[in-house]
Each structure stands twice: as C-alpha cells, then as structure tokens.
Write a protein that binds this ligand. Structure first.
Ligand SMILES: Nc1ncnc2c1ncn2[C@@H]1O[C@H](COP(=O)(O)OP(=O)(O)OP(=O)(O)O)[C@@H](O)[C@H]1O
Ligand SMILES: [Mg+2]
Length: 416
C-alpha cells in the first residue's frame, strides 16, 4: 500500500452495502439502472445533495458492478459529433467492445458553463434526448438556476442525498483508526465528525491530515491542524477571486487576503491554472506571468530584507492581475480547490513538521493559557519576528517557554 495514499481512496467502498447512509436514495438509483430501457420515459437521474456524502461514489460503485461507466464532462463537449459518439449506438458498441451495458455519468452538472441552450446544459439535454443508455447526473445544488431545464425535464428523475449523521461519520473514522492501528482520544473523533457538517469525505481527509505519522491522536494534534485548515480556507477564497473577478482592486486584495507564504500561493495558482484555462494562448500567457512572478519571488527571498520587499508589488501584480486577465476565452467555472488540498497538504505542509508545531503550540498554551490554535495563530507570528531579529531575546524566550533547539529553529523559519 502506498504510504501517502489518500484515505478516501484507500477506504472507498467497493460495494453498495459498504456505502454509509442514504439507503433510500441508493435503492432508487439501483432500481433506475436495473429497470432501464430505451422505452422508459425516464432517461436519466439527477443525484443531488451536499458535498462529500458519496454521490459520485455511488455512481462509481454501481457502475463498476458489471457496467461500462462512461464519465463525461459536460463543459468540454460542445459539438454534436462528440455527443453522438458518446450516446452512440448501443448494439454496435456493445458487440464490439464488450457485452456490458453502458452507464453515462455526467458529474457535477451544476458546475458546467454556458447559458441554457448553448454550452454544457445544451449538451446534456441533447444526450438525454438521444441516449440509449441510462444517464446519471450529479449536482450539489439541485436548485441552481443553470440546471433548471434539466431538473424540470420530464425525462429526468431527481434523487436526493442527505448529509451523513455524526454517529455514522464517527463509526467510519473509528474503523479507519483500527485498521491503521491508531488509538485516538474519543474527543478527537467526536470533534472531527462534529465539525464535518455531514461531509464524510471531509471528515476522512481531516482524520488523515491530523493522524499522519502518528500512532496516538490527542486534542492538541487536532488544534494544531485546525490552524492549517483555516489557512486553507483563505487560500481557496483568494483563488476563486483571482479566477473569477474582473475588478482589479478585488483581485489585488485577494492575494493580500490569502495572507500566506508567497511561494505556496504561487504553487496553488500554478496548480489551478489548467482548471480555469483551456485555450493555448491563455495557458501560455498565464504561465508566462506566473514564471515572471516566480523570478521576483526568488529575488525577494535572496535580497536583504528591505531591498527585497520593494519588489513585492510586482510579484503581486503578476500573480494576480497577470494571471487573472490571461483568461480571455474559457468561461469561468467553479473548481473544487479543496479536492486538490490533500495532495498539497502532504507535499508542502506535510514536510513542515506538524508534530513540532503541535508541541510548540502546547508549550505556548502552558505559559499563556490560551488554546493551541490561538497560540499558533496569534502568538507564533510574533515569536517568529522576535526569534528572527533579536538573538538575545530569542534565548530568553526559548528558555521561558522551554523550547528545544529544534523548536527554536522551527519558529525562526516559521512563516504564516
Ligand atoms: N456515503 C459514504 N460512504 C462511504 N464512504 C464515503 C461516503 N461518502 C463519501 N465517502 C468517501 O468519500 C470519498 C468521496 O466521495 P464522493 O466523491 O462520492 O463524494 P460526493 O458525494 O460525490 O461529493 P461531491 O458532491 O463533493 O462530489 C469516497 O471515495 C469515500 O471514500
Ligand atoms: Mg462528487
């Protein structure tokens, strides 16, 4: 087993029995697939519900039980040939490729671009009218106006999924802990399950992020993790602004609001550009701006404090406006940045030792009587400034807080 495998993949249900919650919805979906015939009036189902409750998962699990699941992205198909190819002739394709039945999955149709009849919505309507196979569509927000024509269509049945209840989430977490030989304080699992807001995927990802490299899970570990979680939220908001806004000031401000390490933010933008730009010229332009931003970033880091920071406005301008205005053709589409987060978390923050951070937080807490999260958020940035600039004070503080050498170095390098 790959060490850094994401637990939502590692522990993803393989059969419908293993899927937690929403039994009624699941049964409706199974019935729809089993009883599908081109003579039926209902051609497709729209699975609608909050994120992370297993909607896409359900489609995949059912699809893998003896079907060819064809997954298509509605925003990418605009022409009739492509649609015809997808909905194609069942008998012909069936006999050549396999005897399996096909299922067409159009995931996240509420994220598709284009007004009603043009763009993605038009493509989906076309698929529904021609299909020779069952069509499964998914959406987080069934009431999104963009998809009203699909939701209200008389060939579509809407199936609702609900949030997963806290107890069920906790059971899944406990089960994963057992399999990973991790002993967790009850309070930790309660807290993760409770703050997931019914989103099982989020809970599993949180557990993995907190538990990485640990055999015992304590509340202090969780508090240190929450610090990163809040930071992530700020990143996502800023990314969304950069890729959706047209107002220059708002775009510039977004970079400031992200309030984080510039290098990390550059990486985030780098990762998300291909999601928002499909045109070659757009890609060329945006990566050009980004690489210039990266050069400034390197200079700022190398130069002495003052001289370096004078370049900051250029860096901000290039990575915000430069990238933002490179998108001239591709319509804005909603991207779930958090789905990229786990990988980032392990790559970047993971190597930045979270165990050390938790210990530092605990030591600050002991002396200052605040929560670990507050210790990291509100106290650590100041300690960092002191540690970086005043050697004598650093010694005094380190002694008072009882920091080890390793922790002292960590604080010196810490950037929030
Ligand atoms: N009901 C569930 N039972 C078991 N595992 C689940 C369930 N829901 C989510 N998971 C876990 O979360 C992962 C992601 O689920 P999935 O992508 O299906 O979420 P989703 O409901 O489609 O969310 P979104 O609407 O954001 O796409 C799964 O691979 C699985 O590990
Ligand atoms: Mg999904």
């Amino acid at each position: 087993m790959e060490e850094n495998e994401i637990w939502t993949d590692k522990y993803a249900p393989k059969t419908t029995k293993e899927i937690v919650g929403n039994p009624t919805a699941l049964n409706k979906l199974i019935d729809f697939i089993k009883n599908w015939s081109s003579k039926n009036k209902i051609k497709g189902v729209l699975l609608a519900g909050p994120p992370g409750v297993g909607i896409t998962l359900s489609a995949h699990v059912i699809g893998s039980a003896g079907y060819d699941l064809i997954e298509i992205n509605a925003s990418d198909i605009r022409n009739k040939d492509a649609i015809n190819h997808i909905v194609g002739s069942a008998s012909l394709e069936g006999s050549i490729l396999s005897s399996k039945g096909r299922i067409i999955l159009v995931d996240e149709i509420d994220g598709i671009s284009g007004v009603q009849d043009r763009g993605g919505v038009g493509a989906v309507k076309e698929i529904l009218s021609k299909t020779k196979h069952p069509v499964i569509m998914t959406a987080n927000d069934a009431y999104n106006r963009k998809i009203s024509q699909i939701r209200n269509s008389d060939v579509v049945q809407v199936i609702r999924f609900n949030r997963i209840n806290v107890n069920s989430i906790k059971k899944v977490l406990q089960n994963i802990c057992n399999q990973e030989s991790i002993s967790a304080e009850e309070e930790v699992l309660d807290s993760i399950a409770g703050s997931a807001n019914g989103d099982l995927r989020a809970a599993i990802l949180d557990l993995q992020a907190v538990a990485q490299g640990k055999q015992n899970l304590k509340m202090t570990d969780l508090e240190a993790f929450k610090f990163y979680r809040n930071r992530e939220k700020a990143i996502f908001d800023s990314l969304q602004t950069i890729f959706s806004e047209t107002d220059r000031n708002k775009i510039r401000e977004a970079v400031d609001q992200a309030n984080l390490d510039w290098g990390l933010f550059l990486q985030w933008i780098n990762e998300c550009i291909p999601d928002h730009m499909k045109d070659n010229q757009e890609l060329l332009d945006s990566f050009d701006y980004l690489s210039r931003a990266d050069i400034y970033y390197g200079r700022i880091r190398r130069k002495a404090e003052k001289a370096g920071w004078a370049l900051l406005p250029y860096l901000i301008e290039l990575m915000s406006l430069g990238v933002s205005f490179s998108r001239t053709k591709t319509p804005y589409r909603y991207v779930k940045y958090f789905q990229k987060a786990p990988r980032f978390f392990f790559q970047n923050v993971g190597k930045f030792n979270r165990g050390t951070l938790a210990n530092i937080g605990m030591k600050i807490r002991a002396k200052c009587h605040v929560s670990v999260e507050r210790a990291i958020n509100d106290f650590l940035p100041y300690l960092h400034i002191i540690f970086e600039n005043e050697r004598k004070k650093r010694k005094e503080f380190a002694e008072w807080f009882d920091f080890e050498k390793k922790e002292e170095q960590f604080i010196k390098k810490f950037s929030s």
